[in-house]
Structure formats: C-alpha cells, structure tokens
Write a protein that binds this ligand. Structure first.
Ligand code: GSH
Length: 214
C-alpha cells in the first residue's frame, strides 16, 4: 500500500496539518515544499493543488487540500477522538473551524502577512492601514474566543478536537506578527494547553526544523 503524502512547509496552515498528523500518529510521509524557491508554483505541484498552496494530503486516489479538511480526514482515518463521534459536536467543530478561517485567522493572517511574510518574500514594508484594520478586527474576534473559553478547556468543551488545531494556526507567530492578544487571559490559557502538546511543539519530520520566522 502506498503511504499517504503530506506536502507542507513550516508555515501556519501547513503546521496545523502536520501537528494533527503527528498527534494522531497518522502513517504519512512528509514532503517539504520550499515556498521561498516557488516550488508551490511548479506544474507538478499545481497538478495536486491548483491553488498553489500547502498543505496537501495525497492518499492513493484521494487528494485533499485545506488544512481543516486534511485534519478531519487524518483524525477520522486513524479513529482519533480529535474527530468527535456525536453529530452535535461535529457541528460545533465545523462552526469553530469555519469561524477560525473566516474571522480570527483571516485577521491574524493579515498581520502575519504584513509583518512576517512580506519581509521574508521581499514584498516591501507592512501597510499601516491594513495593520490597523486587521488589529481592530482581530481584537473583536479575540474577545469572542476569550469569552467562549472562559468556562471551557477546548473549543468543544472538555475534549481537544481538530478545531483547536485549526483555530490556533497563527498563534506560534503571536510575537513575530505582533498579534494584539495580551488582554485575553482565557485565550492565553487555552493556547498554553495546545502548546503543551508534543505534536504542536514539534510538528515537523525534522526534529531541528523551526517555524518560518516565528
Ligand atoms: N485555507 C488554506 C490556506 C493555505 C495557505 O494559505 N497556505 C500557505 C502557507 S500556510 C501557502 O501555501 N502560501 C503560499 C502562497 O500563497 O503563495 C488551508 O487552510 O490549508
């Protein structure tokens, strides 16, 4: 049987997929795509993900892009509790995962792009208006998350799920991207729990690998 291939880079969304793969001990072979060399724009990569982005999972005839979908696939395939069995919890998981992509990580991602990605890829100085706007929106959504976590250990309650791995995607870059999250204590305590997971601390195949400019 062919191994599953997980295409990744040491970057936020790819990190989520790698961390879940490690946490559930999925039998994946990691394939590093060097974004700085433009490997994600090569025809052979675009053939598996026409978006030209990592992560991507290839399992035989099945190809999946979008980190939350990869996380769900790996958790389901390994029978991990990161994918809850109760339909109501599955809906909760989708709710928070979608919220993460549409709101929290959209704005955290803008700050990541302006302050971390632009310098690495030589794309110029951060745009002050974008930084201001993203910071304002991020504070709004951080408060929503902080309030939700006041009485919960994880997004779904007591149990860790793929939603936690997805929503936390940008947080290893809190300092580098200067995410304005200091005022949200429950959010901070939740993220400390995620950070304590060995798979989150070292999601990559190379034990010496470090997150992109974190
Ligand atoms: N929604 C996608 C986002 C994927 C994404 O933005 N990947 C980044 C790295 S974290 C990437 O490949 N960027 C390269 C580019 O856009 O040129 C997911 O969650 O997988």
């Amino acid at each position: 049987m062919k191994p599953m291939l997980l295409y990744y880079y040491e970057s936020p969304n790819a990190r989520t997929a790698c961390a879940v793969a490690r946490h559930v001990r999925a039998p994946v072979e990691f394939v590093r795509i060097e974004l700085r060399q433009g490997e994600h724009r090569r025809p052979e990569f675009l053939a598996i993900n026409p978006n030209g982005k990592v992560p991507v999972l290839v399992d035989g005839d099945t190809t999946i892009w979008e980190s939350p979908a990869i996380a769900a696939y790996l958790a389901q395939k390994t029978g991990s509790e990161l994918w809850p069995s109760a339909p109501s919890q599955q809906v909760e998981l989708l709710r928070w995962t979608h919220w993460g992509a549409a709101h929290f990580n959209r704005h955290a991602g803008s700050l990541f792009f302006e302050r971390v990605a632009k310098p690495i890829f030589g794309l110029g100085a951060p745009d002050a208006a974008t930084v201001e706007e993203a910071g304002k929106h991020l504070r709004h959504f951080a408060k929503v998350l902080d309030t939700h976590l006041r009485e919960r250990r994880y997004l779904l309650g007591d149990a860790l799920s793929t939603a936690d791995f997805a929503v936390a995607a940008m947080l290893p870059w809190t300092r580098a991207a200067q995410l304005p999250l200091d005022d949200y204590a429950h959010l901070g305590q939740w993220y400390a729990r995620i950070e304590a997971l060995p798979a989150w601390r070292q999601p990559y195949p190379d034990a010496d690998a470090v997150d992109m400019a974190a």
